[in-house]
Write a protein that binds this ligand. Structure first.
Ligand SMILES: NC(=O)c1ccc[n+]([C@@H]2O[C@H](COP(=O)([O-])OP(=O)(O)OC[C@H]3O[C@@H](n4cnc5c(N)ncnc54)[C@H](O)[C@@H]3O)[C@@H](O)[C@H]2O)c1
Length: 384
């Protein structure tokens, strides 16, 4: 590690998340100038030389690699950022940790609990900084929801319900596997909507409302066979296309969750609602600058749902951006996460969610899939 507080990033992948994270690395120093640590785009890695070179040129990386093993071993890299499909997370993280690197890993932590547990063990034994990019916690309106709940305004919480709805896999002609379609291949993804979409909902839910104790789930695979992009053959589809589960939280509240890629018209329909004794909260990713809030303590003649436009300097992260009333977007969540990661290097505190927290989310995902397969309730074993 250099001693000038430069964090030399080695990024793996050149897809969707690689762009979102790189944008965050480039923006964070401008909007959080007080942070001692600054990221530097040292190297990017992908398997195709022309693709990785083009990405490096476009986004400003100093060098390229085509094998992540070489990248993870490089002495001039401080932090490895994993933006590749789920089946690569464990192997890359373990190699990076063994080389003494910090690891920032995309979600889900791994495909299974068995794959994720050694990652947690390794990162804790090595004592290296780590985080998992469950970015929705850092939408300012969601961070505000956390502050409202922690202030006690809701009182006892009775209900938590969340949806994450999409519609992009309805066509039976869509292949599975390979570049851009690895999410449909169970070997690459680990699961379907459970690990891809519900993992986000579960992370947010446990952060806001505490641990999930047990679950009862149903899953469905609507299209049973698809051509695999890599083999050219029609193969069985192993992922869950849709999943619905209900659960008990440790605090006694009930949860209900649904995710699907078969909700025609829905693109990234992530919503949640929380109902407490005194007040309720609701949130919609499609309207992410707002937080819905209902307070039963309001004077009855004006009582009703208010729609808080989360754009005031007193609200989370907002003072770093524009003037009150102006909106933020999806990309800012990653800038906020990076800012918190850099801050954690100053303070020595963990940057949440850590690998350990992400493993708890993985336990819920696995219990959900087990419950659906066995048509029975499953304890999650979560320790939140
Ligand atoms: N936090 C979020 O909201 C969010 C959103 C999307 C994806 N993700 C997660 O990010 C990860 C990447 O997803 P994505 O949407 O960016 O995928 P993507 O398909 O857009 O990009 C994946 C990249 O990984 C590269 N890659 C694949 N195997 C590799 C290997 N062995 N070595 C080096 N590079 C390799 C591909 O070439 C591609 O550039 C996944 O784990 C996914 O679950 C998280």
């Amino acid at each position: 590690m250099t001693n000038d507080k430069t964090l030399r990033i080695g990024l793996i992948g050149t897809g969707f998340m690689a762009r979102a994270h790189t944008n965050a690395y480039k923006r964070v120093g401008d909007f959080f100038p007080d942070l001692e640590w600054k990221p530097r785009l040292k190297a990017v890695c992908a398997r195709t030389p022309e693709k990785v070179r083009a990405f490096a040129d476009q986004w400003g990386y100093e060098s390229v690699e085509t094998d992540w093993r070489t990248l993870a071993a490089r002495a001039d890299i401080d932090a490895v950022d994993i933006c590749a499909p789920n089946d690569t997370h464990a192997e890359i993280a373990l190699a990076a940790i063994a080389a003494g690197k910090m690891v920032l890993c995309e979600k889900p932590l791994a495909r299974t609990v068995a794959e994720g547990a050694p990652m947690v063990e390794a990162v804790e034994e090595a004592g290296v900084k780590n985080t998992v990019w469950y970015n929705y916690r850092r939408v300012p309106s969601v961070t505000l929801a956390k502050q409202v709940i922690d202030s006690g305004k809701l009182g006892q919480i009775f209900h938590y319900r969340a949806n994450f709805l999409q519609d992009w896999t309805i066509s039976p002609d869509l292949p599975q596997g390979g570049e851009a379609l690895w999410r449909l291949d169970v070997n690459a993804a680990g699961s379907g909507v459970t690990g891809d979409l519900l993992a986000h909902c579960i992370d947010t839910a446990m952060w806001l409302n505490g641990g999930i104790a047990d679950v009862s789930a149903v899953t469905e695979t609507f299209i049973k066979e698809r051509v695999h992009q890599e083999t050219g053959k029609v193969q069985a589809v192993g992922i869950d296309d849709a999943c619905i589960f209900h659960c008990h939280f440790d605090n006694g509240s009930l949860g209900v969750f649904e995710a699907t890629r078969y909700a025609r018209g829905q693109k990234a329909g992530y919503t949640f609602e929380i109902n407490g004794q005194h007040a309720s909260i609701r949130w919609d990713l499609h309207d992410q600058n707002r937080l819905g809030f209902f307070d039963h303590g309001d004077d009855s003649i004006v009582r009703g749902w208010r729609s808080i436009h989360v754009s005031d300097g007193d609200q989370p992260y907002i003072d770093r951006w524009w003037v009150p009333g102006l909106c933020l977007g999806y990309e800012h969540t990653f800038v906020h996460h990076m800012a918190d990661f850099l801050k954690s290097l100053e303070t020595g505190e963990p940057c949440s969610p850590t690998f350990r927290e992400a493993l708890e989310t993985q336990k819920v995902c696995e219990a959900v899939l087990d419950s659906a397969a066995s048509r029975s309730w499953k304890e999650t074993g979560v320790n939140w």
